[in-house]
Design a protein around this ligand. Structure first.
Ligand code: PMV
Length: 319
């Protein structure tokens, strides 16, 4: 009846600082995917099967703040559908959960798209992304919105979360720009195998910033400059310049306390095996790291990461 497939994602530059209004760059990772199939159900109700997370349930039996329930209800509400059709929703994903590869946002985006297609009211990308953002908020507290954005558009994005206007007058918006990758480049992703506690890491950074605003604003601004320089390097065909920028960005994230020994070990192993630079990617304290590599050396970098303890590696091209 209707299906949608979405990629995973990596944050190339700017995680954490993006929550405070600095730019970040993210890219889709098509080697891992979420897929949602929506078909007519022979019995009444909206039936959801998500074998990867051992879930098989009718919609009304899920807690209202369950991300899948929130996504489904969000679509029906956006489309003013109050009598739900009988449907079967099958969710499959090869994106590892809680690893910073965007599994939650990828499932939400695929689900929102497939469901709106199934009822013959396909939603535009902007609305798909906005609905997925609402789901992200339930579990991530104060997400910047970068995950749902890069996954919805499935292209590298430059993202700035505009901060709320002063005096609480609303006006929170976002700058989302897709940009030209003048010369494709190879990224090796290494998974520590440790769950990335993004929500806690974001909350800790918030507390640290409250305790030391000047220091943290300085760190965020430095990361913002790196993200802008990285965009320029990518657009002007100089991806090799991303290596040192990754190393610098990682050092700033270490200073912000969001790295961990496992991420540091993997970034070191990548550099020692010839990667041009490496950094953690996402919330940190677990999850994934990324390394920039010459195409010919990517396998050697991936092997070095496995030898240093990576539970899985992915070689991807940003183009
Ligand atoms: O752990 P991930 O990949 O979902 O990334 C979190 C990125 C942060 O900047 C730390 C938070 C956010 O909402 O942007």
């Amino acid at each position: 009846m209707a299906a949608a497939t979405t990629p995973g994602k990596i944050i190339l530059f700017g995680e954490h600082a993006v929550v405070y209004g600095q730019p970040a760059l993210a890219a889709p990772v098509s080697q891992v995917q979420a897929r949602v199939d929506v078909t007519d159900a022979s019995r009444s109700g909206v039936w959801i099967d998500a074998p990867d997370v051992n879930l098989s349930s009718e919609l009304s039996r899920l807690a209202p703040d369950h991300p899948l329930a929130a996504a489904i209800k969000g679509v029906f509400s956006a489309l003013n559908i109050s009598r739900y059709p009988n449907l079967h929703i099958q969710i499959e994903s090869t994106i590892p959960v809680a690893s910073g590869l965007g599994s939650g946002a990828a499932v939400s985006v695929a689900l929102i798209r497939a469901l709106s297609l199934a009822v013959h009211r396909p939603l535009p990308d902007e609305q798909v992304s906005a609905l997925a953002y609402d789901v992200e908020k339930i579990h991530h507290g104060t997400p910047s919105g970068i995950d749902n954005t890069v996954i919805t558009y499935a292209k590298p994005v430059y993202f700035v979360k505009d901060l709320p206007a002063p005096q609480g007058r609303g006006g929170e918006g976002k700058t989302i720009e897709t940009f030209r990758v003048a010369k494709p480049f190879t990224i090796v992703i290494g998974d520590t195998g440790l769950p990335a506690p993004t929500k806690e890491a974001v909350a800790d950074v918030r507390k640290l910033r409250q305790a030391n605003p000047e220091r943290y604003e300085r760190l965020f601004a430095a990361i913002g400059s790196i993200a802008r320089a990285a965009r320029q390097a990518i657009e002007t065909g100089h991806p090799e310049r991303l290596g040192p920028l990754m190393d610098e960005n990682h050092a700033l994230l270490q200073e912000m306390t969001v790295s961990c020994p496992e991420l540091d070990r993997l970034t070191e192993a990548a550099r020692s095996s010839g990667a041009l630079g490496a950094k953690l990617s996402g919330g940190g304290r677990g999850g994934n790291m990324i390394a920039l590599s010459e195409k010919e050396n990517a396998l050697a970098v991936a092997n070095a990461l496995s030898n240093a303890g990576a539970k899985r590696t992915i070689i991807t091209t940003v183009h």
